[in-house]
Design a protein around this ligand. Structure first.
Ligand code: URA
Ligand code: CA
Length: 436
C-alpha cells in the first residue's frame, strides 16, 4: 500500500526507484503522505542511506516542487557559488564582483542566516536602500545587464525541502549526507545556474566537523550536480578559525570593501582565489588554473572588482556614496582589547566569537529574531601573526548604552597567544571535481 511500501523499502535497505522518490515527494507536498509517514521515511533514509541515483532523484524532485528559474536567456554560462556556512565568511561579496568584472554572469539566491551572523542577504541589508527582494524578471534583467545579482531566496524555491528540513530538525535526521546534499543542491538547481561552485567547510565553527566528512559531503554534491546536468565543483576549506576578521553584518560589508580594495586578509583571499578560479574555469572564461588566477588578480589590482561591487549595489537600490569614503558601520559604542604580551596568534575560537557576536545582537537564534546590522566584532590579527605588547587584538561593537566589559573578556579568552612562532595549517584542504 502506497506510501507505506516506499517507507518499508527504505526500512529494509532496498534501493528506491526514481519514480518512487518522485511520487513520494509529490504526494507529500500534496498532503497525501502524512507527517508521521514522512518522518519515518526520513529516519529510514538516515539509517540506511541512499546511493547517488536515489539522492539525485530526491534532489530533482525537491527542486521541481516549486519555482525553477530559467536563466537560459542570459548569454554565457551563469555561475552560482554556495558556502555551507561559516564564521566571518564574506567570500561571496568579494568573489562574485571579481568574477562578474571578468565577464562571467553571477546569479545568486541566498537564504537568511540562522546563527552567528546574518547570511549574505542580511549583510547586504546593512547598506541603506539595498533591495533583497527582486522579482524573477528583475533578477534576470540585472544578471543580464550588470552581470551580478544577489537576491533573497524566494519562498517558492524548493518548498518540499523547506518542509522536509523542518521535519528533519524535529526528528533527529539532519546529519545525513544524502539528505544534506539533496537539500542544498535542490535549492541550487532550482535557482537555475549552469555552473555551481561549492565551498564546503569543516571545523569547530562549521556544520561538518572533520575534513574527511566535509569531503564526503562535497563529493556527493559534486556527483549529484553532474548527474543533474550542472557543472559542479567543490573546495573543502577550514573553519577551525574564522575566515576573515569581521563578525557582524555591516562590519563584514566593510571587510569585503577593504578586500576589493586590495587589503584582504590572507585566509579570506586564499578562499576567494580558490573559488574564483573555479568559477572562471566552470564558466569557460579561462582554460587553466593559472590563467584564472592571473585574471582574478587583475580584476582586483585594477579596481574592476570594486567598481562592479558598486554597480551591483546601486543596481539593487543601495547607496554607494560611502564607498571608498568611510566605513559603513555606524556604531558609537566600541571597546578595543590590547595585548599585554608579545607573541604569536596561535588560535582563534571562532565558535565562541560567533556566540559573542550573537550575544551582541548580530545573529539570530530563531528565524523570527531581529538582528542589529551594526554590532559585532573585528579582529586585528590573523592566525600566525606576530603580536607586540600594546597592540590591538580585538574591537567590540555594541548597542548604545550597553557595557562591553564582559564581552571584552570573552573576546580576549577566544584568542590564544603563544610565545613561540606557530605554523598555520592551510585553509584550503581539497579540491573536488569528479572528472568530466
Ligand atoms: N543546509 C541546508 O540547506 N540543508 C541541510 O540539510 C543542511 C544545511
Ligand atoms: Ca516546477
Amino acid at each position: 500500500m502506497w506510501p507505506i511500501e516506499c517507507i518499508e523499502h527504505k526500512r529494509d535497505g532496498k534501493k528506491l526507484s526514481s519514480r518512487e522518490i518522485e511520487r513520494f515527494i509529490r504526494d507529500y507536498i500534496a498532503g497525501r503522505v502524512a507527517e508521521y509517514q514522512a518522518a519515518a521515511w526520513l529516519m529510514a533514509v538516515y539509517l540506511n542511506g541512499m546511493d547517488d541515483a536515489e539522492t539525485t532523484a530526491l534532489t530533482l524532485a525537491m527542486a521541481a516542487s516549486g519555482q525553477e528559474l530559467d536563466l537560459s536567456a542570459i548569454p554565457g554560462i551563469v555561475v552560482d557559488k554556495h558556502s555551507t556556512g561559516g564564521i566571518a565568511d564574506t567570500t561571496t561579496l568579494i568573489v562574485a564582483p571579481l568574477v562578474a568584472a571578468a565577464g562571467v554572469p553571477v546569479a545568486k539566491m541566498s537564504g537568511r542566516g540562522l546563527g552567528f551572523t546574518g547570511g549574505t542577504i542580511d549583510k547586504l541589508e546593512a547598506v541603506p536602500g539595498f533591495r533583497t527582494e527582486l522579482s524573477e524578471a528583475e533578477f534576470l534583467h540585472q544578471v543580464a545587464t550588470t552581470g551580478l545579482a544577489v537576491m533573497g531566496q524566494s519562498k517558492d524555491i524548493a518548498p518540499a525541502d523547506k518542509l522536509l528540513y523542518a521535519l528533519r530538525d524535529a526528528t533527529g535526521t539532519v546529519e545525513s549526507i544524502p539528505l544534506i546534499a539533496s537539500s542544498i543542491m535542490s535549492k541550487k538547481i532550482a535557482a537555475g545556474a549552469k555552473a555551481i561552485i561549492l565551498d564546503v567547510k569543516y571545523g569547530r565553527g562549521a556544520f561538518m566537523k572533520t575534513a574527511a566528512d566535509a569531503a564526503r559531503l562535497a563529493e556527493t554534491m559534486v556527483r549529484i550536480g553532474r548527474l543533474a546536468g550542472r557543472r559542479t565543483e567543490a573546495v573543502v576549506t577550514s573553519m577551525e578559525a574564522p575566515l576573515g576578521t569581521a563578525i557582524g553584518n555591516s562590519l563584514e560589508i566593510d571587510e569585503a570593501v577593504e578586500a576589493l580594495s586590495g587589503r584582504g586578509g590572507k585566509r579570506l583571499m586564499a578562499v576567494v582565489k580558490a573559488l574564483g578560479t573555479r568559477m572562471l574555469l566552470a564558466a569557460q572564461r579561462v582554460s587553466t588554473e593559472q590563467e584564472g588566477q592571473t585574471l582574478l588578480a587583475e580584476m582586483l589590482r585594477s579596481g574592476a572588482g570594486l567598481r562592479k561591487f558598486a554597480e551591483f549595489i546601486a543596481a539593487q537600490g543601495g547607496t554607494i556614496d560611502w564607498l571608498g569614503q568611510k566605513e559603513l558601520t555606524r556604531c558609537h559604542n566600541t571597546y578595543t582589547v590590547y595585548s599585554d604580551q608579545d607573541g604569536f596568534l596561535q588560535g582563534v575560537d571562532g565558535l565562541s566569537l560567533g556566540q559573542l557576536a550573537m550575544a551582541l545582537g548580530a545573529g539570530r537564534a530563531k528565524k523570527e529574531d531581529a538582528i542589529d546590522l551594526h554590532v559585532g566584532l573585528r579582529l586585528h590579527k590573523e592566525l600566525g601573526d606576530t603580536i607586540l605588547k600594546g597592540e590591538p587584538l580585538i574591537t567590540l561593537y555594541g548597542k548604545d548604552g550597553t557595557s562591553l566589559d564582559e564581552a571584552a573578556r570573552r573576546g580576549r579568552r577566544a584568542l590564544s597567544i603563544s610565545a613561540e612562532a606557530v605554523s598555520v595549517p592551510p585553509v584550503i584542504s581539497r579540491y573536488i571535481s569528479c572528472g568530466e
